[in-house]
Design a binder for this molecule. Structure first.
Ligand code: 13P
Length: 225
């Protein structure tokens, strides 16, 4: 939208202005090869380079380069193997091992997880695949993408099997949608200056906070920053 440098400057200023004392990571999600480099230059503190759409050799080559660049600046790297979305979610332990050996800090791999809403006939997470990936990658923190709508017990089990980061986006969006819909359906945008974006968008923003708090409770990460 406004570019990596704008976002980095805003986040840095917010951390200072709001006197935030917990560590804040500014993370690029699903960065391209060029995007990862641009975000690094802009001051992001954590980069996901998603090379999963390349063949494994090219993914390894590009991930290696991004790891070297990022680590020279003390920036962490998340890499991805295979594809998240169910098309290729078989056991890819060996490929995970090759990427893990490059020294990445986090690894995302497809274990039946899907971005967006899960279909009614979704078969759940593939814990055997997760087990196999963990066996190949040791203590490397694993990332579960598509965290919206996975039953809490499944997420908790995945956490016991090495998942250290759960990405949740759609669920936040749905909370936002519901709160905003309620506001408009109650006719509040028609009262006084209820059309002001600061008012109109406030219930949705508050709802996203609630969603994040709820997820943090379930994931067991409160107070662990
Ligand atoms: P959802 O939108 O399905 O929660 O996925 C988020 C995600 O994995 C972003 O990388």
């Amino acid at each position: 939208m406004t570019g990596y440098t704008t976002v980095a400057a805003m986040v840095k200023a917010m951390v200072e202005a709001l006197n935030i004392t917990v560590p804040v990571a500014l993370h690029l999600d699903h960065g391209s090869y060029e995007g990862a480099k641009a975000a690094l230059d802009a001051g992001f503190s954590s980069i996901m380079f998603d090379g999963s759409h390349y063949g494994i050799e090219e993914n390894i080559e590009k991930t290696k380069e991004i790891v070297e660049l990022c680590h020279s600046k003390g920036v962490s790297v998340e890499a991805e193997v295979g594809s998240i979305g169910g098309e290729e979610d078989g056991v890819i332990g060996k490929e995970c091992r090759s990427i893990a050996d490059l020294g990445v800090d986090f690894l995302a791999a497809g274990i039946g997880n899907i971005h967006g809403k899960y279909p009614a006939n979704w078969e759940g997470l593939d814990f055997d695949a997760l087990d196999a990936i963990q066996a190949e990658t040791g203590k490397l923190p694993l990332v579960l993408h598509g965290g919206s709508g996975i039953p809490d017990e499944m997420i908790k089990k995945a956490i016991t099997l090495g998942v250290s980061k759960v990405n949740v986006n759609t669920e936040c969006q749905l909370y936002f949608q519901e709160a905003t819909r309620k506001y408009i359906e109650a006719g509040k945008d028609l009262e006084g200056k209820g059309y002001d974006p600061r008012k109109l968008l406030a219930p949705g923003a508050e709802a996203i906070k609630q969603c994040v708090k709820d997820r943090m409770e379930v994931f067991g990460c409160i107070g662990k920053a």
